[in-house]
Design a protein around this ligand. Sequence first.
Ligand SMILES: [Zn+2]
Length: 439
Amino acid sequence: MKSSQSLFAALLLSFAPALAQPNSAQLPTASQVTVIHAGILIDPRADLPKQNQVIVIRGDKVESVGDAASTQVPEGAKIIDLSNATVLPGLIESHTHIFLQGEDPALGGYDIQLLKFPLAYRAARATVSARRALEQGFTTIRDMETEGAGYGDVGIKMAVNEGRIPGPRIFTTTRAISTTGGYPLEDYAPEVQVPKGVQIIDGPVEARKAAREQMDHGADWIKVYMTHRSWSDKNGKLVSQPPLTLQEIKAIADDTHNWGRKVACHAYNGEGLHRALDGGCDSIEHGLGLDDAAVAQMKRQATWYCPTISIYYKEWAPENTPAGRRDRARAAEHEQSFKKALQAGVKIVFGTDVGGFSWEEPIAQEFSYMVKFGMSPIDAVRSATLAPAAMLDMSGQLGVIAPGAYADVIAVPGDPLKDIMELGRVKFVMHNGQVFKSE
Ligand SMILES: [Zn+2]
């Protein structure tokens, strides 16, 4: 990744003069006051929505929220009328890949991005992905690794934060970590050197070094692949290979926690999942086959669960092929896992793995699976607001519309507590006090 990384840095530098003047229109001034009149306001801290609320926003923060009848509108405030809409806090997507575009296998699939696409092309498309998240009301994302694009997510985050491109608040993981044989690109002749979609480590010393390097270069979280290959055995049971040893994941978690940051573990089931939990992972990604012991341990250790259900319902291989059997076994186990975790009260966050599928598809489709599998609509809203805000150590600042919180506000025409797919019809998006979309 070294050479492509420096190329990316060089590209950013070469573009810098053209962008020397940030678009100041996108950066709210501290004194700017905006007032939103919300017909219905869903406060995820309460079970029932409130009617006729007024939200006063100063600069990029919420100043006050109150009944329309009793709230004084500050003089000179810009008024936004959402009296016919349902207003909610900006949503949080806890598992995205802005550097993936759901590549069609017929067009070269995953591999072609690393083998043929210049990094600048991938970065250009990542800016569009970031914009897509914001358009759909996701004002914060936790991006779960760049898949061979080095520290590109740190660059995109920088551009968003400076107001140069529209996009959500980004929590980065940069390169992610696995072991030799534990990640694509794979199946090339051994004589050919191919790039890898992650940073490869072998042994606790290299593991620790990779985590330190990534955090040094801007990783907010460290992402680790605790399972990789998976297949279904003779009895149709899902089996997953664990790439890292317990010593390796412990070394990573120890160092990451020393930096005050957190570890996200891609883990399907079995040995790799248990090593992730024994090793001190903060969030389990996918968790297709959570057994009772894993659920109990997640509850005990307050581990977050980001199930990413919908992606496992896409593009199943034909029935009665090994891949087809695996795809069906995965989805069946996943549903049971989710239900078990939900019943046990494991902390669940909304995430889709978008990028693994096209950014043109609606992110909100995940909500319908969560509700179909037993989550109440208000808890589904919480999984994309309050819960991830806590996971990201941003309680009170994200996922709520309350004094002191960032002014991330969205609106939908109908009632998402009656039809959760209403969250796929976001018509208004404010991010950091600036209106990004208003239809
Ligand atoms: Zn992912």
